[in-house]
Write a protein that binds this ligand. Structure first.
Ligand code: PEP
Ligand code: MG
Length: 887
């Protein structure tokens, strides 16, 4: 029979799939002999069954009873026992950490009688009644679905009545009264009494944690972090220890290294006389962890020792939650800690240098996403700035935008195209949508481990937290600085997550140190640049995939080369015909006589030669894939509707010229209902004689001229949107003729080149064997291949129904962003096999947007492609990910 419940002593850290991150790590710590309060974990499998069936799996209740009895025996007291109650926490814990997104209920087991027992055992009435009201509050909100505000308001009223703003000023009597008020809230809003039966409390809490897997905020978070929606959460039931038993008790959160910079030292927050959720919620401002040394040296020393043990054991930066109950330290949680991009790189290299991990492991500990973040710009230190205040540098970056004070406004204004900074007193998991929409987050309360800080770091969002001088008034939609200046919704502010500064207005930005290093403009290397360099070099040594770039100008090509591009995978020649040159192409397409057409081609030829020469020079010695013109026709013709209106008006006014009338007739003739599936790519080349020949002439003549100068050029001529080999054969024949022209020769021999095709249509993928007879290389155009495989218009769907698809979980991620491995990926693999069967040395590349997407790069590695090609800025990301895929 399936086992659904594991004692903490039964599991280990490798069982995250089954026990969730929290459960697996609690087991690991238990087995390391660290002081973990005893308990047990209910598996993710139980959760999955519950969610699928709508009820607990058979046998679960009995197993829970069995483990509860064992726990009661070990603790020497019963759950909710009147004279000396065992209390438990019921906590969520999925395989991947989802901070604050799911539910937790503390103090389960308290009721009207056991509260008395707890009070007499602890010798502290205030503590017992405070714990009881916390239970009703959490249980009410989490299990019974009552709006949290009802409890918060009642608590605020109690404080107001007492003339204080601090929970610590409330006494036992106040909390006893509050318990009654809270029970009334439950009765009123849930239509039932708060359950007095401890086991019922526990069972309902477990069920609520299961249910919270599917809460809207958990869904939003999973989508954002690309966490699969079907994993389910485990539930840990842990005997309670209390940080709210007086000033010799407390609770805290710590990191073994600075999660923002990676620096070694003591990082964390501590709160005396408090329970865990108080720290993370940022409700009270916390003490720096170093203060604990003064407050309770023995616990502090023990904690530091445990942190060292954990870091050595996990060979990584860990974060921990702990509680001190009357001078006794308890470990409540540990995990490999979330960190900023900079910390990920520096910590990985520190661990290598400390001999804890090797370079392969270091490479696996960083991601392309993190590297991309390090390339974002920073605020210009030398710019004139008006500083408003300084908070904690919780998550680095430089963000400017209009101040907004709630999540829905952030989402709304962002949808309207504005950049926003979400300003809150503190954030909670309900702010997630707003945080995603915002450029950055600013809070006036809470520390480095507050919700805002942890979530922003996880998302790579800029955050400044605990800017205590700011008075944030969410209702009035404004914040006030100590000198009385008011910032209202819509005012632009800038926040610097690297030093915690907050400025008025938009501050100009400059290259980050990593970017400056790529650009060759920074003077000092620093620990971060050093770490990036070492890890990226290791990736380069390890990877099999080459990384090229998509570029259409000499300038971009030179930049891409600085980023490490090993050639050009896609030069979109239609980008060379925008602006002034558009008219030349328009004339060409509309030309009716051979002469007219020839004139247009003659005008275009020298321009194209110039274009290609610049690119060849920048990419000297490296392959340059140039794609023959592939515009949807409508991009080069006047808009049909606009022109029709113009003609109608001219006709009415009697000013219509014959020329314009003719133009309209031509445009009508060429007008397409669905241009993306129309006269484009190779079809255009065949329909407009001489067009491709002109481009090939420019490609080969520019190459021949440079080759004669001794510059090594390696042009690869690429034919777009081929669906049948006959199309390619027709163009290849035209190419061969041009190549045979004397101007395309170097020392009497045709300039070296290759001819290949894009695979952008499912048919092309399926008949790849035939196409490979003629093509020397394939480059997968996964933008079009996704569009044509799914039948989705790439220009329309992302602003149309995709958001519903993403919200309802039909997609985890847009197939235009990350390759649909099952469908489009299968076509890539089919085309690769079939093509290589015919031509063993067929070169395979990909040049759609997926070439710079980390997950897709891993797939292309597995599929055996030779290279990926992406925009210049993604080149380092692709290099890193190609290395990660290979180790
Ligand atoms: C593609 O379709 O993937 C591609 C690279 O071509 P384009 O985006 O220019 O259509
Ligand atoms: Mg395409």
């Amino acid at each position: 029979m399936t086992k659904f419940v594991y004692d903490f002593a039964e599991g280990d850290r490798d069982q995250k799939d089954l026990l969730g991150g929290k459960g697996a790590n609690l087991a690991e710590m238990t087995n390391l002999g660290l002081p973990v309060p005893p308990g047990f974990t209910i598996t993710t499998e139980a959760c999955r069954t519950y969610l699928a069936e709508g009820s607990e799996p058979p046998g679960l209740a009995d197993e829970v009873t069995e483990h509860l009895v064992a726990l009661e025996k070990a603790m020497g007291k019963g759950l909710g026992q009147a004279d000396d109650p065992l209390l438990v926490s019921v906590r969520s814990g999925a395989k991947f950490s989802m901070p604050g997104m799911m539910e937790t209920v503390l103090n389960v087991g308290l009721n009207d009688s056991s509260v008395q027992g707890l009070a007499s055992q602890a010798g502290d009435d205030r503590f017992a009644w405070d714990s009881y009201r916390r239970l009703i509050q959490m249980f009410g909100a989490t299990v019974l679905g009552i709006e949290a505000e009802h409890f918060v308001d009642a608590l605020e009223d109690a404080k107001k009545a007492k003339g204080t703003t601090d929970d610590l000023d409330l006494d036992a009597g106040d909390f006893t009264a509050l318990v009654e008020t809270f029970k009334g809230v439950v009765r009123e809003h849930a239509g039932r009494d708060f359950p007095q039966d401890p086991r019922e409390q526990m069972d309902l809490a477990i069920r609520a944690v299961f249910d919270s897997w599917n809460s809207p905020r958990a869904n939003v978070y999973r989508r954002q972090e690309r966490i699969p929606a079907d994993l389910g959460t485990a539930v840990s039931v842990c005997s309670m220890v209390f940080g709210n038993l007086g000033m010799d008790s407390g609770t805290g959160v710590a990191f073994t290294r600075d999660p923002a910079s990676g620096e070694q030292g003591i990082y964390g927050d501590y709160l005396q006389n408090a329970q865990g959720e108080d720290v993370v919620a940022g409700i009270r401002n916390t003490l720096h962890l170093t203060e604990l040394e003064r407050i309770d040296k023995a616990s502090y020393d023990e904690l530091l020792g445990i942190m060292t043990t954990l870091e050595r054991h996990y060979r990584d930066l860990c974060d921990i939650e702990f509680t001190i109950e009357r001078g006794k330290l308890w470990m409540l949680q540990t995990r490999v800690g979330k960190r900023t991009a900079a910390a990920a790189f520096t910590v990985a290299i520190q661990l290598v240098d400390e001999g804890l991990i090797d370079m392969d492991e270091a490479l696996l500990r960083v991601t392309g996403h993190q590297l991309a973040q390090l390339m974002f710009p920073r605020f210009d230190r030398d710019a004139d700035k008006e500083r408003l205040t300084t908070g904690m540098n919780a998550s680095p970056g430089a963000a400017s935008g209009v101040a907004v004070f709630d999540s829905p406004t952030a989402v709304r204004r962002n949808k309207g195209g504005e950049k926003v900074i979400l300003v809150r007193r503190e954030t909670n998991p309900d702010d997630l949508d707003g945080m995603i929409a915002a450029e950055g987050v600013l809070t006036s309360r809470g520390g480095r481990t507050s919700h805002a800080a942890v979530v922003a770091r996880g998302m790579g969002k800029t955050a400044v937290c605990g800017a205590e001088e700011l008075e944030v008034d969410v209702r009035a939609r404004k914040m006030t600085t100590p000198d009385g200046r008011e910032i209202v919704e819509g005012d632009t502010i800038s926040i610097d997550g690297t030093n915690g500064e907050v400025y008025l207005g938009e501050v100009p930005v400059v290259s980050s140190p990593v970017m400056a290093w790529f650009e060759g403009t920074n003077t000092e290397r620093g620990e971060l640049v050093e770490a990036v360099d070492r890890i990226l070099s290791h990736a380069d040594g390890a990877r099999r995939l080459r990384v090229r770039t998509n570029s259409d100008t000499g300038e971009d090509s030179a930049l891409a080369r600085q980023f490490g591009a090993e050639g050009i995978g896609l030069c979109r020649t239609e980008h060379m015909f925008l602006g002034e040159r558009r008219e030349l192409v328009e004339n060409l397409v509309l030309a009716e006589t051979r002469d007219d057409r020839e004139k247009c081609l003659q005008a275009l030829l020298p321009l194209q030669i110039e274009d290609f020469t610049a690119i060849y020079r920048a990419m000297e010695g490296l392959p340059v894939t140039i794609r023959l013109l592939d515009p949807p026709l409508h991009e080069f013709l006047p808009d049909y509707t606009e022109l029709s209106v113009e003609v109608a008006l001219d006709r009415e006014r009697g000013t219509l010229t014959e020329e314009k009338e003719e133009l309209l007739a031509n445009v009508r003739r060429l007008h397409e209902q669905n241009p993306m599936l129309g006269l484009r790519g190779v079809r255009l080349g065949i329909a407009v004689p001489g067009l491709f020949a002109m481009q090939v002439r420019a490609i080969t003549r520019a190459a021949a001229t440079l080759a004669a100068e001794g510059v090594t050029v390696l042009p690869e001529i690429m034919v777009p949107l081929v669906g049948t080999v006959q199309e390619l054969q027709a163009v290849a024949a035209e190419i061969a003729e041009v190549v045979a022209e004397p101007e395309s020769a170097v020392n009497g021999r045709p300039v070296e080149h290759q001819v290949g095709t894009m695979i952008e249509l499912p048919r092309a993928a399926l008949v790849a064997a035939q196409i490979a007879e003629t093509a020397q290389f394939f480059s997968f155009g996964t933008n079009d291949l996704t569009q044509t495989t799914w039948g989705f218009s790439r220009d329309d769907v992302e602003s149309s129904f995709f958001s519903e698809y993403l919200e309802s979980g039909i997609f985890g991620v847009s197939p235009f962003e990350s390759l649909d491995v099952e469908g489009v990926g299968e076509l890539v693999e089919i085309a690769s096999w079939r093509g290589r069967e015919v031509r063993h040395d067929l070169k395979l590349g990909i040049c759609g947007e997926h070439g710079g997407d980390p997950d897709s790069v891993h797939f292309f590695h597995r599929a055996g492609l030779d290279y990926v090609s992406c925009s210049p800025f993604r080149v380092p990301v692709a290099r890193l990910e190609a290395g990660r895929a290979a180790v």
